[in-house]
Design a protein around this ligand. Structure first.
Ligand SMILES: [Zn+2]
Length: 317
């Protein structure tokens, strides 16, 4: 059982969007219990009014039902408005126990800041997180779930803690990244110290291609680690395995789109937003299937376990 939470007082951020390259202003406002995380696309100023904005359809709930894009960045939207690159903010909200919040943004992309969740965590902690008098019911898995695509996979195993084991392999792109594996039980303290400071990364050879697709227009060594075939353009790393830690940060941000806490052991191999979100959808589906009874049919558990064992053999795990 967890309590819901929001921030003690409003706070703001400012910075350029990684993909649009445009400056955006953000305002975080406390929200009442059971609100969830609502992004609001509106101008920030004296005339801003939450009720009016929501009435105009400017609110977008951070939930899988509102995802419109998972390539390169996580984007949510409704018929008229969208917000890109929400994952580093979502990971920080999720890990710090902020479950109710209004996020007002005056552009269609969240600022990338230094490419990590470091500043977001710092500001939220400074403002303070207040526990609210409402419960957040976590999801526990009754049986293993998995998704796979072209040799990449993401597994979620029943567990009593939120744990992530992640492996990346970018050997063909850059020897400086190569293969990295990291494992954490993700608590608030571990997130703050070991995961939040890990920056996003990219490859020098991809920059021109991304820019031709109107992506990464705001990207620079100020907000991303840029790797060449055997080295990097930045001066140094914050962790020797910073890349895999950042992928864990992204996974946490993606899982936050479930709208509640998930307690499971995730095993990821070369995953990304698309597979992560496919997993979130799978978890949501299994939640619906078991919501009306506390007891999951033993036959179903046995069948899933059998299917998982076959998958496990296939991937050599
Ligand atoms: Zn990221």
């Amino acid at each position: 059982m967890y309590f819901q939470g929001t921030i003690r007082k409003e706070l703001s951020f400012k910075g350029i969007g990684l993909h649009t390259g445009r400056m955006s202003n953000i305002m975080l406002l406390p929200a009442p219990p059971d609100t969830g995380i609502i992004f609001i696309r509106d101008k920030i100023g004296k005339s801003f009014n939450i009720d009016q904005s929501l009435k105009e359809g400017r609110g977008i709930k951070a939930h899988i039902s509102n995802i419109i894009e998972t390539n390169n960045a996580l984007t949510i939207g409704n018929e008229n408005y969208s917000v890109k690159t929400i994952e580093h903010f979502m990971a920080a909200f999720y890990s710090l126990g902020v479950t109710n919040l209004y996020v007002v943004v005056d552009e269609d992309e969240m600022p990338i800041l230094d490419g990590s969740s470091k500043e977001i965590v710092k500001k939220i902690e400074k403002a303070g997180v207040v526990i609210q008098n409402a419960i957040c019911t976590p999801v526990y898995l009754p049986y293993p779930l998995w998704v796979e695509k072209n040799g990449s996979y993401l597994i979620a195993l029943p567990s009593s803690s939120f744990k992530v084991t992640y492996t990346i392999d970018f050997t063909s792109k850059s020897k400086a990244v190569g293969t990295q594996t990291a494992q954490f039980v993700v608590t608030r303290e571990i997130f703050k110290k070991e995961i939040a400071p890990a920056r996003t990364f990219g490859f020098y050879e991809d920059i021109e291609k991304l820019k031709s697709y109107n992506l990464a227009r705001g990207g620079s060594v100020e907000n991303a680690i840029i790797f060449t075939k055997d080295g990097m353009i930045n001066k140094g790393l914050r962790f020797s395995d910073e890349c895999v830690r950042h992928k864990i940060l992204d996974l946490i941000g993606d899982m936050a789109l479930l709208g509640t806490r998930v307690v499971a052991h995730f095993i990821a191999y070369k995953s990304g937003h698309t597979l992560d979100i496919e997993m979130v959808r799978k978890i949501a589906k299994s939640m619906r299937r078991t919501r009306h009874s506390n007891k999951v049919p033993p036959d179903l558990i046995k069948r899933k376990q059998r299917e998982f064992n076959i998958f496990r053999k296939k991937i050599n795990l």
